[in-house]
Write a protein that binds this ligand. Structure first.
Ligand code: G3P
Length: 233
């Protein structure tokens, strides 16, 4: 299962990369606007800081099919062959998907709010299909359930695509999809941090280290103990 960062701030991305096993970055126009500045420069910077082999997803903003194909080609020119172009599941987007696939693009279908939208995008040649989990929850539809349905549909039908679940607001939504065996998720740095952060862990480790400090002296570690030949047996 891939874990991606849904963000465009290079500092926040670097911070997440420094401690979590993540596989790349997804962006969308809103995320890039939130970061500000030249969005192309931002994508180039993100590409620079990502380890070799990581994924980078950038969303097309054209609304006409032919323009989407041109826009994807322009992005590929600057960001390289490995770029994933995110294509909205609009009528024009569906029409663009097979054209992009024929041209060798890696495609992520985005803006998905139903299982059939995702299924049709996978059938049209997308490598990933991205359901908006939390946004569906906000409409009273279980986003997690829809993402699980999509995953089952792909496997049952033998389609070579994966669910890339997006739009998370809490770590419980992510956990349920990990359990379901979903192919990939993308979430903001704060949601990813909550996947591993737990105050009870901090407390337990602090308490153990305090006990050890009482035994060998504060601020000392095994390294000092190994060096200190005079420490009593
Ligand atoms: O990148 C698409 C998706 O993550 C949108 O998330 O937070 O705007 O619902 P959000």
């Amino acid at each position: 299962m891939l874990i991606l960062i849904d963000h465009a701030d290079p500092a926040a991305i670097e911070d997440t990369l420094s401690y979590l096993p993540v596989d790349g970055v997804t962006t969308n126009p809103t995320i890039l606007a939130r970061h500000g500045g030249n969005p192309l420069a931002t994508l180039k910077r993100i590409k620079e800081i990502l380890p070799y082999g990581s994924q980078l997803h950038a969303q097309l903003v054209s609304t006409r099919t032919e323009d989407m194909v041109k826009e994807a080609a322009a992005l590929r020119e600057v960001l390289g062959e490995a770029i994933f172009v995110k294509v909205p599941v609009t009528r024009q987007g569906y029409a663009a998907m097979p054209l992009l696939k024929q041209r060798g693009f890696l495609i992520t279908a985005t803006g998905i709010h139903s299982a059939m939208q995702g299924f049709m995008a996978a059938k049209a040649g997308c490598r990933y299909i991205a359901p908006y989990v939390n946004r569906m929850d906000n409409f009273g539809i279980s986003g997690v359930r829809v993402a699980e349905d999509m995953h089952k549909m792909l496997r049952t039908q033998g389609i070579q695509a994966d669910v890339l679940a997006a739009s998370f607001k809490n770590s419980e939504q992510v956990l349920e999809l990990v359990r379901a065996g979903i192919g990939a998720i993308t979430a903001a740095p704060d949601v990813l941090a909550h996947l591993v952060g737990n105050p009870a862990t901090e407390m337990a480790i602090a308490e153990q280290n305090q006990d050890f400090a009482q035994l060998i002296g504060s601020s000392k570690t095994w390294a000092e103990l190994v060096e200190d030949e005079n420490f009593p047996d």
